[in-house]
Design a protein around this ligand. Structure first.
Ligand SMILES: Nc1nc2c(c(=O)[nH]1)N[C@H]1C(S)=C(S)[C@@H](COP(=O)(O)O)O[C@H]1N2
Ligand SMILES: [Mo]
Length: 517
């Protein structure tokens, strides 16, 4: 039967559905194959990482501010929407002929595959499967839909009939298949292949959770709204550029200490554990923490002093930077004098609050350096320490952040929260302050720009950890502004001058506005 009206092509909605389903199956198939081979090469992850790399720094900081740890999920959803829109447009352009859609899939295939070229043969499997699946599904659905009965330019195609049903059946099969492949892929990509490793490390730790929580009484004012002194691992802030959490096993881990050293070291995890281990309670903070922000947390870390390992390797004279590397492509530069300072105890940490490091905090081994922001000193999923001079450019330096970044003295009001309504009269104000390696001498609070009054400080645990504070203020009914500022043990008092987080950390006083009634 030769029906001239058939050349009218597919309806717009069918064409759009075909485009969308082809894209969804392509990504799902690629994700599944990546789960079976190497998660790094999933099309979603490859595109996601490229998007993170291409994102201009201000947008990146904005995303971190707005989405916090959920920034990567937001990126994933955004990417999925963009891909869907492109696919739907591709489908609609292919109402009469398959070619435009096929060309678009081929183009995506070439881009995806070329991104994987040079990463080894397994890297090519996922993009190739993605492309073939996309093209196959598109072609198949397109011909199934084209085989239907009457069509006319003006009216919708028959809403019933065997051909229509056949197309809907095929579409449903593809949707279910794509869903299953996508879920299977997600399961494989996120499967905890480091679980067995973590159990082995658990047994090797010398600090147990109970011991690590032996913090003197009065170290926090949690009862009036400050954080607990130790941050539970699950609540510890997480900052990194890794789109998926790297899953590094203990068996696969090695640390190379090289560059300007007398003897290069190449340590397995067992080699590392055989060395002297210590535990230190340290407050870590991120340079992207705005005034009043909560990218600051405290844990008891157990690990091998970096100083021991560097002395063992023998640092040659002239080397003043340790350039650290990681499985996720992150790099950091840390001054040798800080890492070898016997009073500082920078660690190759394996334990956190009596547990093995969680995967998202760098399992199996990360750096922790008291007194420096994380981006210059806290490399997670650590793979190498290269002794060098200061001319190497690190991940964040290339993006406009500072080379040296000691943590700035800061304080924050935790309670009452900004814009809170509180009963008029005596109100407890409480918060946190930190000045790692120096220690906090005093925190002061003032009401509506009036005189500063000293707050009561919590018990000091050590100079590398935060110190909570509390005081009472008398609030008359109405709106009030509360401000705080800390003075550290060097005598420095926080400047009121507001500075942005770029390039080396925010300054300014935290202030909150509350209403008493
Ligand atoms: N491998 C790797 N290590 C990294 C990062 C990263 O992106 N990749 N981010 C750094 C930054 S900017 C900070 S603030 C700390 C945060 O450590 P956390 O996530 O355990 O709090 O890790 C540092 N180490
Ligand atoms: Mo950071």
């Amino acid at each position: 039967m030769s029906d001239p009206k058939r050349s009218a092509g597919l309806t717009r909605s069918v064409a759009a559905l075909i485009g969308g389903l082809a894209a969804a199956s392509a990504l799902a198939a690629g994700h599944l194959v990546a789960g079976l081979t190497d998660p790094r090469f999933s099309p979603l992850i490859v595109v996601g990482n490229a998007a993170i790399d291409l994102t201009p720094q201000p947008v990146k900081s904005f995303a971190i501010d707005v989405f916090g740890a959920a920034d990567k999920l937001a990126l994933l959803i955004g990417m999925a929407l963009v891909i869907l829109v492109v696919a739907v447009v591709g489908g609609v352009l292919s109402r009469r002929r398959r070619l435009p859609g096929m060309l678009m899939i081929a183009l995506f295939g070439v881009v995806g595959t070329s991104a994987a070229v040079g990463l080894g043969p397994t890297a090519l499997i996922a993009p190739v499967v993605t492309t073939v699946a996309g093209g196959g599904v598109f072609g198949w659905l397109h011909s199934t839909a084209g085989r239907r009965g009457e069509t006319s330019e003006e009216t919708e195609p028959a809403r019933s009939g065997p051909d229509r049903r056949r197309f809907l059946g095929s579409a449903a099969t593809v949707a279910v298949g794509a869903g299953a492949a996508g879920l299977g892929g997600r399961h494989l990509v996120e499967r905890d292949n480091v679980r067995a490793s973590r159990l082995a490390v658990e047994r090797a730790l010398s600090v147990r959770p109970v011991e690590s929580s032996k913090i003197p009484a009065g170290a926090d004012f949690h009862e009036v709204g400050t954080p607990t002194f130790l941050t539970p691992n699950e609540e510890f802030h997480r900052i990194d550029t890794a789109f998926t959490v790297p899953r590094v096993t203990v068996e696969g881990w090695r640390l190379r200490v090289h560059g300007m050293v007398d003897r290069e070291l190449n340590l397995s995890f067992d080699d590392l554990l055989r060395r002297r281990r210590i535990a230190r309670t340290i407050t870590m903070s991120c340079v992207s923490n705005p005034v009043g922000g909560d990218y600051v947390s405290t844990a008891t870390f157990e690990g091998v002093p970096i100083r021991d390992v560097l002395l063992e390797a023998g640092v040659r004279s002239g080397a003043d930077q340790v350039f650290s590397t990681s499985t996720d492509g992150f790099t950091a530069g840390t001054p040798v004098d800080v890492l070898t300072d016997p009073g500082r105890d920078a660690l190759l940490a394996v334990g956190m609050n009596g547990r093995p490091l969680p995967a998202q905090h760098g399992f199996p081994v990360r750096m922790v350096t008291p007194g420096l922001y994380g981006f210059v000193s806290a490399t997670k999923w650590l793979t190498g320490l290269e002794l060098t001079t200061w001319d190497g450019e690190t991940y964040w330096e290339k993006r406009g952040w500072a080379e040296r970044a000691p943590v700035k003295t800061q304080s924050r009001i935790d309670s009452p929260a900004g814009f809170a309504r509180v009963p008029a009269g005596t109100t407890t104000v409480a918060g946190t302050s930190w000045a790692q390696t120096t220690g906090i001498r005093r925190v002061q609070v003032r009401l509506d720009g009036g005189p500063w009054q000293d707050a009561r400080l919590s018990t000091e645990v050590n100079l590398d950890t935060w110190r909570m504070w509390r005081t009472e203020l008398d609030l008359s009914p109405g709106r009030h502004t509360l401000e705080c500022r800390a003075t550290d043990k060097s005598g420095y008092t926080q400047t009121p001058k507001r500075a942005d987080v770029v390039p080396d950390g925010a300054t300014g006083w935290h202030s909150v506005s509350v209403t008493a009634e």
